[in-house]
Design a protein around this ligand. Structure first.
Ligand SMILES: [Zn+2]
Length: 362
């Protein structure tokens, strides 16, 4: 297997970065469709318009329907054709971004991403999660390239709800451990290549950045304030985690998230479950005790779950069995683990993680 690494063509981040929107997109075309969530529109419209004022550029803002479903993508494609759009801009969280990426891809247009929260890996990856209209996951859509331009305005992110930033740290927490497993197991990355040294270095930096800056960034965003720690965590959650996962691959932690979505009592967001799943993965791979507690201590310090109860789930082996079976379905990334994992082994590791988490937080 050949190793490969790919990333967004341009990544711009910092205080009021959106004031430079026009400068960063002007070479791409004249006619822009901006696919946004309602909160994304509120956070970004004035800055984007001000940056384009007096320029020869047309902006169409379109609020999308909440999930990246086939029908929403079809509606956006219609607008792209009708208005002869050159460039699609996705503004908001994971779903707005995925809708924009898919619409641009199908119509052969360039794509700009402006995340207004940093809870997932969506901004920098070369794939989208596509949903059915009823909200269930339909498929992953893989693209030949990563986004053309990603602009992250830290002044907007620091005012977004802190839970999104924390959940993004949970998603970023899995990145290094999942990539390390893929490299050891010689399993392919999400881009179906071998894990390069460069990719693993990004994943390792992602983990170090969380440990160094996570607690301080959380405190700043709780106050709606921008500090260097917040910028460090935005980069970890968005670039290092996204490009890291894309090129480093996934293992047990993300499958455990997929498994837990089978439990309707689950109250946690994607990244929160990935954080717990990372602890479970460390039990499965028989890692060092010091490392396990370093990760658990980090989770607890920023408010990521270390017990089932914190995710709304009871330690009932029958419920956990349901999640474990879904997590171990064929095609799940948990099969990238060395020696593979069975549902019953996974149930045991989940219950032990929960017990250690309870002991830790008591
Ligand atoms: Zn994720």
């Amino acid at each position: 297997m050949l190793t490969l690494i790919r990333a967004p063509h341009n990544y711009i981040q910092g205080e009021n970065a959106l004031n430079e929107f026009y400068e960063n997109v002007k070479a791409m075309g004249k006619n822009f469709l901006i696919v946004c969530s309602r909160s994304g529109l509120k956070a970004s419209q004035a800055k984007i318009e001000a940056s384009c004022a007096g320029q020869e550029i047309s902006l169409t803002f379109e609020v999308f329907g909440g999930i990246s479903s086939k029908s929403e993508i079809a509606r956006m494609r219609e607008i792209i054709r009708e208005k002869k759009i050159d460039v699609v801009v996705g503004v908001g969280g994971g779903s707005a971004i995925d809708t924009a990426k898919a619409s641009a891809y199908y119509e052969g247009k360039k794509i700009v991403i402006v995340p207004t929260v940093c809870a997932t890996d969506a901004p920098c990856t070369g794939l989208s999660v596509i949903y059915n209209d009823d909200g269930s996951v339909d498929s992953y859509l893989f693209y030949p390239t990563n986004p053309d331009v990603v602009i992250v305005d830290s002044s907007i992110i620091c005012k977004s709800p802190v839970r999104f930033l924390i959940s993004g740290m949970g998603d970023a927490l899995g990145t290094y451990f999942e990539a390390r497993m893929c490299q050891k197991a010689k399993a392919p990355s999400l881009e179906n290549g071998g894990v390069s040294r460069s990719a693993l270095a990004l994943c390792s930096l992602c983990y170090d950045t969380l440990l160094e800056h996570g607690v301080k960034a959380k405190a700043a965003v709780e106050l709606g304030l921008l500090t260097p720690d917040v910028d460090a965590i935005i980069e970890a959650n968005t670039y290092l985690s996204g490009v890291g996962a894309d090129n480093g691959g996934l293992a047990a932690a993300h499958s455990i998230y997929n498994g837990f979505t089978a439990l309707e009592e689950l109250t946690s967001m994607h990244g929160e479950v990935v954080a717990f799943g990372t602890l479970v993965q460390l039990i499965l791979e028989e890692g060092s005790t010091d490392e396990f507690y370093e990760v658990m201590d980090f989770c607890h310090s920023v408010g990521l779950p270390v017990t089932l109860a914190e995710m709304g789930v009871s330690a009932d082996p029958e419920r956990i069995q349901i999640a474990a079976e879904k997590a171990c379905l064929p095609g799940e990334s948990i099969h990238n683990m060395i020696g593979d994992v069975t549902p019953s082994q996974l149930v045991n590791a989940i219950l032990v993680t929960d017990a250690l988490g309870k002991e830790f937080t008591e």
